[in-house]
Ligand binder design. Structure first.
Ligand code: ZN
Length: 505
């Protein structure tokens, strides 16, 4: 590499780090807004976020950056596409193209609107007041359509919105995958519903928050969560956020009358954090140093939450510890009863509390409604009814209010409509593929989990997935790691084996 190349490369890295610093500062403000900020801070916070984001956007769309990318591209033409520099250029070019297609005023309008919209939702949800958020949601839909309009040439209006979170995925690719999955899940849910229901009453007792927190934090520390590079705080709708390689935080919410809620949310968000903590520190502050996509990220949160955290092996080791933490509540509950309780399959209203089997039906409903809203086939005013009808059709449950219906998820109230949900189910599918590949490489993993050891699994994931950051498109990453394109079979086999045993199918 000659000195001209090194000079250009150093300038690129400096510019990209500056943009990343602004995004990270905005992330700190957002984290604060969702954890500790008093309600009346909302208005100014919206303005502050808009300022930071529009400044980041201006730097990301600067003509000098475009010229720099143009000058660097011939210099890296001889490199293989998976060389770090070639991958960095690809991702930097992608971000530059996205930024230059969006006017700064539009970016600021979106940032300011979503902040006010979130605030309206946070007040409207406890009051079950859809009318209060309706005008915000109408504007969000309008902004979402306008967003897609800046990326002409798409096959479906949702494609540019999906591309933001799951780059390379399209409606045309996702629709058939989800249709096949629904066809597999519907008879499975029916077969389980015909069996005697699991007794989950042991989870619905009084579990003091502090003890729940200590147990969950000890478990994720065993998984490999590094508390010198992160912390856990409380919020309304749990999330993970990365400020840097050295600061990947998680949030959770506790319910003292239900053991599962806080514990599995902690496992879930820790899984997201492992992905970020496992990236290459040399890429910190650069676009390569973060997870590949929403779906790839969700594959890791679901892996640690469900495949590990709801497995019989995990609880063979940890259940005696949980009983010791809650002797009055769980002293007389057997491991088998507890294991059945945390894996109880039951169609319900709330996505984040749904079991592994019905969960994807919640996601497919949202994905379909997003497409219909964007296509203009469904009006915001009719959304609560459409939501109810779809829940009755797919899950056989009726929502008596909007709080547990269309108001339950933050996504449409804190972002655009379109592209916000498909990653959850793609994540489950990818999780099945990645875990099968990990087991093929290391058949000893389940035995280790049953002894409270996670280093082989965590090490395999770090080496094959986390360390790569966003070097590969998700489809290419899957092909590289598993030897196959994205496919349903391993996930279906996982569900069939686990729930076949649980429900004697
Ligand atoms: Zn997640």
């Amino acid at each position: 590499m000659d000195t001209k190349y090194q000079t250009l490369r150093a300038e690129l890295i400096e510019r990209l780090r500056e943009i990343n610093d602004l995004h990270s500062a905005a992330a700190v403000l957002e984290w604060d807004q969702l954890t500790y900020m008093p309600p009346r801070g909302a208005e100014a916070r919206g303005r502050q976020l808009a300022t930071l984001q529009s400044h980041a956007h201006r730097l990301g769309a600067a003509p000098e950056l475009g010229k720099l990318l143009d000058a660097l591209e011939p210099e890296i033409a001889h490199l293989p596409p998976d060389h770090d520099d070639a991958a960095l250029l690809r991702v930097a070019r992608r971000d530059f193209e996205r930024a230059t297609k969006l006017p700064s005023a539009f970016v600021a309008e979106v940032a300011n609107h979503t902040s006010l919209s979130y605030d309206a939702w946070a007040g409207a949800r406890p009051d079950d007041d859809f009318a209060r958020v309706r005008p915000f949601l109408e504007k969000t839909l309008d902004l979402s359509r306008r967003y897609a309009g800046y990326f002409p040439g798409y096959a479906h209006i949702a494609d540019p919105l999906i591309d933001r979170s799951d780059e390379g995925m399209t409606v045309a690719a996702i629709r058939p995958l989800f249709a096949d999955l629904r066809q597999f899940l519907t008879p499975l849910v029916q077969a389980i519903s015909a069996r005697p229901p699991a007794d989950a009453s042991s989870l619905h007792q009084h579990f003091p928050e502090q003890i729940q927190r200590e147990f969950g934090e000890a478990a994720i520390q065993d998984f490999g969560y590094d508390f010198t590079r992160g912390r856990q705080d409380k919020t309304l709708h749990p999330f993970m956020t990365r400020f840097s390689w050295g600061d990947c935080r998680i949030t959770t919410r506790f319910d003292e009358e239900h053991l599962g809620a806080g514990l599995f949310s902690t496992f879930h968000e820790a899984g997201h954090a492992f992905y970020e903590m496992g990236t290459d520190p040399a890429h910190d502050g650069l676009p390569l140093g973060s997870g590949a996509s929403a779906g790839a990220h969700e594959s890791q949160s679901r892996l640690w939450e469900n495949v590990v955290g709801r497995s019989l092996g995990f609880w063979q080791h940890y259940y005696p510890k949980l009983q010791a933490a809650f002797p009055q509540q769980l002293g007389g509950v057997t491991l088998e009863t507890f294991y059945r309780a945390i894996n109880k399959v039951e169609p319900s209203l709330i996505r984040v509390e749904a079991d592994e089997v019905t969960y994807n039906l919640h996601v497919i409903i949202r994905f379909e409604l997003e497409l219909e809203l964007l296509e203009g086939k469904l009006a915001i005013a009719d959304l609560p009814e459409a939501w109810r009808a779809r829940y009755e059709e797919y899950l056989g449950v009726h929502s008596p209010n909007d709080r547990d219906g269309v108001l339950q998820d933050v996504h449409w109230y804190a972002g655009l409509i379109g592209g916000s949900f498909q990653g959850y189910t793609l994540g489950n599918i990818l999780c099945g593929q990645f875990y099968a590949a990990a087991l093929q490489a290391h058949p000893e993993i389940p035995g280790e989990i049953a002894r409270g050891r996670f280093d082989t699994l965590h090490g395999w994931l770090r080496h094959n997935i986390y360390r790569q950051g966003s070097k590969y498109l998700t489809g290419d990453l899957v092909q590289r790691v598993t030897g196959s394109p994205i496919q349903l079979t391993p996930y279906q086999e996982y569900l069939t084996t686990k729930y076949g045993a649980l429900y004697n199918l």
